[in-house]
Design a protein around this ligand. Structure first.
Ligand SMILES: *Cc1c(COP(=O)(O)O)cnc(C)c1O
Length: 393
């Protein structure tokens, strides 16, 4: 009998569920152990209903996310990438338009802009926060700019007050890419509720991850909400009548049912990520590493939700190898900024255009931060980094 189950993450080959987990970068099987009964019951109900696309489970999730984010409407779709695409489509963005965003992000942020024939215009980041630098952003606005697309990278909110001020001044829409930051707060406001629209991803490795792809757009604007609902079903409101050029991007009921179970646990998981971040801070300090390792910035008025715990280190390759030899997994988010990727070569950017983003790509190292991570594992991470740095000195 084969008890092996695969949660399809691709991070590790599946092992029987009851075997102790090896040290993985993200351990979703540990999370599943705690919610298996609830998830299986939710899946069973959907199977009994045989209602698979949109429908009551999806509507309930939309209501719950709208309430969680603190905005009037939430519209579910097939992925976070589609959420960005649909948000831009709802604004009618296309050829001739420019959208200003960051070059230090996941490809979908700028890809969604380019996919619609519009031009992604990059502005440099602040290497301490990894987010858009507001003065660089202001300098990138032209007469063709239609929107600003800030990313709340790794779970830390972007500098929304200056961004919203710039948008107001130039009459621009703001689309928040909150794919990595569900529940994060900027001066008391939840991400996804501050801009014209907010985009969430339910990719399995995000803080609220489904058993596959999924996404959501949040907004307070009833006209945009209505248009998004039409756009995600082929531009159709009435059967076989197509008022807009839309797409097929809907959320499955099975995903919604699983996400509703997981949403009930999100606050406790976020608190565990924050506790782990705090623990890393104490451990790095105790080991006297704060002059070598730059920890993530976490200003008091911002609530970081730590989808990733990304540090700046010297001699990254050496540290990464030492960690790997001790069986400690790390990742690099992101090895190259988007303006230097082949897919965006047509935009004409060059090495040196965004020095902060470029330097950051050379220095960053993401350490495991998932909620179930133990203190023992964190100590192993920090002592291994200490050993590698001592060696180098
Ligand atoms: C994950 C992610 C997306 C895309 O979400 P998918 O659900 O994977 O399509 C977009 N932007 C950022 C910053 C992300 O991290």
């Amino acid at each position: 009998m084969n008890l092996t189950r695969d949660l399809e993450m691709g991070f590790k080959t599946a092992k029987p569920m009851d075997e102790a987990s090896p040290f993985t970068f993200l351990d979703l099987r540990a999370q599943f152990r705690g919610i298996r009964d609830e998830v299986e019951a939710a899946i069973r109900l959907v199977m009994e209903s045989q209602h698979f696309i949109l429908g009551p489970e999806v509507e309930s999730l939309e209501d719950e996310i709208a309430e969680f984010v603190g905005c009037r409407f939430a519209i579910a779709c097939a992925s976070g990438s589609d959420a960005l695409l649909l948000a831009l489509m709802a604004l009618g963005i296309g050829p001739g338009d420019e959208v200003v965003t960051t070059p230090f992000t996941f490809v979908a942020t700028a890809g969604s802009i380019a996919r619609l024939g519009a031009r992604p215009v990059f502005a440099d980041i602040d290497s301490a926060t990894f987010n858009l630098n507001a003065s660089a952003l202001a300098a990138a606005i032209t007469s063709r700019t239609r929107a600003i697309l800030p990313v709340h990278l790794f779970g830390l909110p972007a500098e929304m007050d200056p961004i919203l001020e710039i948008a107001e001044l130039h009459k621009l829409a703001v689309i928040e890419d909150a794919a990595q930051a569900i529940g994060a707060k900027y001066r008391g406001r939840t991400v996804g509720s501050m801009g014209t629209m907010g985009c969430l991803s339910f990719f399995p490795s995000k803080n609220l991850g489904g058993a596959g792809d999924g996404g959501m757009i949040t907004t307070d604007d009833p006209v945009l909400a209505d248009r998004l609902k039409v756009l995600r079903v082929h531009g159709s409101r009435k059967k076989y009548c197509y008022e807009l050029l839309g797409m097929n991007s809907r959320l499955d009921a099975l995903q919604a049912a699983i996400l509703r179970v997981k949403l009930r646990h999100l606050s406790e998981w976020t608190a565990a990520r924050q506790r782990n971040a705090q623990r890393y801070r104490s451990l790095f300090e105790q080991c006297g590493l704060l002059s070598d390792v730059v920890l993530p910035s976490a200003p008091a008025e911002l609530e970081h939700v730590y989808n990733q715990f990304v540090v700046h280190v010297p001699n990254r390759e050496q540290i990464r190898n030492t960690l790997q030899e001790s069986g400690i997994p790390t990742e690099i988010y992101y090895p190259s900024p988007l303006h230097l990727q082949p897919a965006f070569a047509g935009l004409g950017y060059r090495v040196g255009d965004f020095p902060e983003a470029e330097r950051t790509c050379q220095e960053v190292l993401a350490l495991p931060i998932y909620p179930e991570l133990t203190e023992e594992q964190q100590k192993a991470v920090v002592t291994s980094i200490a050993r590698s740095i001592e060696h180098a000195h």
